[in-house]
Ligand binder design. Structure first.
Ligand code: ZN
Length: 365
């Protein structure tokens, strides 16, 4: 019998069933860039062929079933005013002028962002390159590999453009701003985010929508703010589901260090097809998550990308993955994955080892 594709493996897992072996997910903007052969990051991020080539080699070298072609997290928000500085080796946000001079006017433009002719993300150079790269990748791998793809909800959109500390400060100094923001988030910013989500899902041939819950961190959000945010994200996810239907799986992303998995599962569990999270390495023990959620929803975890994978020996990586696979086997179904994108400098031998270990130990019998 010929082996099933990574995409089939991923779909079986996302349906709550056990494929031949545990799907392997990971991705890395920076490793894909290195593999593309383009030496300067500034050239890479605007070159669709290079981005596609980087991920093509990524898939071939690391034998992932699930990956995701991304650039920096601001690429899609450039059209809304998110400015970055691209150095030869890293993309980082530019310091906005309103950091030093609070300016209520920065929120004005969000009033009509639902006009996609004016605010189509593809007007940005990096985003345009990324959309083209997805097209190329879908032609070559669309029937073989699942490309996780999506954007976070409206509040994160605002935070990525304006800056979280700036918004928190402005809410305290400008009277009535909080109510105004809520209107924007449930109105035009919601519309923009939903429309762009659908665009992304189309760009990966309806393979999946990836919903980020990174802000649901126990040490970061106080309970009031958490409830406020959840009501907005829930509305967002419902609207995305309405647009894409229930046949398109919703994958998730939770890379925080102190993940509020219980809250996420309680509020969003019925709307999503998996819980991906960072463990081992975060404050949430994998064993505890397996006990609580392993019988209820597909789980994706098991690789500490910041600790063991980045700095560990071959033996340490082996021990970690074997232990995670053992725990994964107690679940209804399980995928092997890190908390977040792999960092530049992660040893390639360690990354290659993941597929080998999965093939040896991660087989369902
Ligand atoms: Zn992440």
């Amino acid at each position: 019998m010929s082996e099933i594709t990574g995409l089939e493996r991923a779909y079986t897992y996302l349906k709550g069933k056990r494929p031949d072996k545990m799907p392997l997910w990971h991705d890395s903007m920076y490793l894909a860039w290195k593999l593309s052969g383009v030496s300067d990051l500034r050239d890479y991020v605007i070159n669709p062929e290079a981005i596609a080539r980087g991920y093509e080699r990524y898939v071939e070298q690391f034998k992932v079933d699930i990956t995701g072609a991304y650039l920096d997290q601001w690429a899609l928000y450039e059209v809304l005013g998110a400015e970055v500085e691209i150095l030869p080796h890293v993309v980082q946000p530019k310091t906005p002028s309103w950091r030093y001079r609070p300016d209520r006017g920065v929120y004005e433009k969000f009033r009509d962002v639902d006009d996609l002719d004016k605010y189509d993300p593809r007007r940005g150079r990096r985003a345009a390159a990324l959309f083209k790269a997805w097209g190329i990748l879908m032609d070559r791998f669309g029937d073989k590999v699942l490309f996780r793809q999506g954007i976070p909800g409206p509040a994160a959109t605002l935070a990525l453009v304006v800056g979280t500390p700036e918004i928190m400060r402005d809410v305290m100094i400008f009277p009535g701003l909080l109510d105004e923001l809520r209107e924007l988030l449930l109105g035009p910013v919601m519309d923009w985010t939903v429309q762009v989500s659908v665009m992304l899902v189309e760009a990966v041939d309806y393979q999946n929508f990836n919903m980020s819950f990174v802000t649901y961190d126990r040490s970061f959000l106080d309970p009031e703010l958490r409830k406020w945010l959840a009501s907005i994200d829930l509305e967002f996810l419902k609207r995305v589901r309405n647009e894409i239907g229930w046949n398109v799986p919703v994958t998730t992303h939770v890379c925080s260090y102190d993940p509020d998995l219980d809250f996420i599962y309680e509020h969003f569990g019925k709307m999503v097809n998996e819980l991906q999270f960072y463990s081992p390495g975060s404050t949430y023990p994998l064993g505890e998550a397996v006990q609580k959620f392993g019988g209820r929803i597909p789980l994706c975890a098991g690789i500490d990308h910041l600790g063991t994978l980045y700095a560990g020996t071959r033996r340490e990586v082996e021990e970690m993955v074997k232990r995670s696979i053992e725990l994964g086997k107690e679940c209804e179904t399980f995928a092997l994955g890190p908390g977040c994108g792999l960092a530049l400098g992660t040893p390639l031998e360690n990354v290659k080892l993941l597929a080998e270990l999965r093939d040896t130990y991660g087989v369902w019998s």
